[in-house]
Design a protein around this ligand. Structure first.
Ligand code: ASP
Length: 347
């Protein structure tokens, strides 16, 4: 008992220092209460003259719905991972975009979906490729990240994992949309004409000029955590188990709290070869350039110099938003750290 006062003092000192430590840790992981979000619905030959007013209004409505949903989650203290997942699910459920419900058709007339998600805090990642029955591939990518020991799963195995983990499965016919079916028929006609004029089969020629339409989201939450995700049906008329950049961590999706989060859309082969999403983060890390400068270098120089096209959306750790593309348009929307919303389609 005699020692009690001394014991109390020691405990009190220890607790004060614990308190300080906790506060210090909190400050380190919570640099600010800044939060923001950006989404895309694909880049490509999107021209005002090819768009009706009602279709344009519908694109704007769904982009608004998705970006606002993600923003609400962040505003209420939710995680960037939840904001990204929920925003992408809205885009996947819309037939307008080439992901989930609106996925394009393969050459064989099937829909094969790819998606990925990455957590900038832990650099954990999950990705899925070539699934045909998963309603919202982004939810499967997230489950792979959180529940499995793996980063990437493909095809039937990924679907088995989905089934075991309560991810919603649908009959492949769910993904049929008239517009995408017509798109495949047109692509095949065009291919036939082009091939009749080409001396040999040129894969570049086969997929040139085909509309993109992948969806993606990057968010920064109040705790300073960045997450990024991407989901796609790939490219119209794709063949033989082709997988694009969307499910490739570092190519179509990347997130690192120390630099930025990126989601890409475009001609996947070139985005894989240029490791686009990581290239942007790496320039920031090693060359100490800004997010805007890094994105310009990759999207306006590296990718087009090789012959590819497309764009990216990205957020850095300060909450700067970048939407960079080298095509005629990119469906996109953002709500910045001041709560300012923009929704845009054309250049
Ligand atoms: N990047 C996607 C792919 O190559 C297509 C797209 O962005 O529209 O699969």
């Amino acid at each position: 008992m005699k020692n009690f006062p001394l014991f109390t003092i020691v405990v009190a000192i220890l607790c004060t220092s614990c308190d300080k430590k906790e506060k210090a840790t909190e400050i380190a992981t919570t640099p600010s209460e800044k939060f923001c979000i950006v989404i895309h619905g694909g880049a490509g030959t999107i021209l005002k003259e090819n768009m009706s007013d009602s279709l344009e209004a519908e694109y704007n409505r769904v982009l608004d719905l998705a970006v606002s949903k993600g923003y609400e989650i962040l505003k209420n203290g939710g995680t960037s991972l939840d904001a990204v997942t929920q925003a992408i699910m809205i885009l996947e459920d819309s037939p307008l975009f080439n992901a989930g419900k609106g996925a394009v058709f393969t050459n064989e007339g099937k829909n094969e979906l790819d998606a990925s998600i990455m957590d900038g805090k832990s650099k954990a990642a999950g990705s899925v490729a070539s699934v045909t029955r998963v309603k919202n591939p982004i939810t499967l990518a997230r489950a792979i990240m959180e529940v499995s020991e793996h980063v990437m799963m493909v095809g039937l195995g990924a679907e088995k994992f989905a089934e075991q983990n309560g991810i919603e499965l649908v009959d492949p016919s769910y993904f049929f949309t008239e517009k995408r079916w017509e798109g495949l028929q047109k692509a095949k006609e065009r291919e036939k004409i082009e091939l009749d004029h080409a001396a040999a089969i040129n894969y570049d020629l086969l997929i040139k000029n085909q509309k993109f339409g992948t969806v993606g989201c990057v968010a920064l939450d109040k705790k300073g955590n960045i997450a990024a995700g991407t989901s796609t049906g790939g490219m119209t008329n794709k063949r033989y188990g082709r997988v694009g950049d969307a499910p490739i961590i570092g190519a179509g999706t990347y997130a690192d709290n120390a630099t930025c989060g990126v989601s890409a859309t475009g001609w996947g082969e070139f985005f894989i070869r240029n490791v686009v999403a990581y290239d942007i983060a790496a320039q920031m890390q090693y060359k100490k350039v800004t997010l805007g400068e890094a994105a310009k270098e990759t999207i306006q120089k590296k990718v087009p110099e090789m012959g590819g096209d497309g764009g990216i959306i990205a957020i850095d750790k300060e909450g700067n938003i970048v939407m960079e593309f080298n095509t005629a348009g990119m469906y996109r929307a953002a709500i910045d750290i001041n709560g300012k919303k923009i929704i845009e389609i054309y250049k």
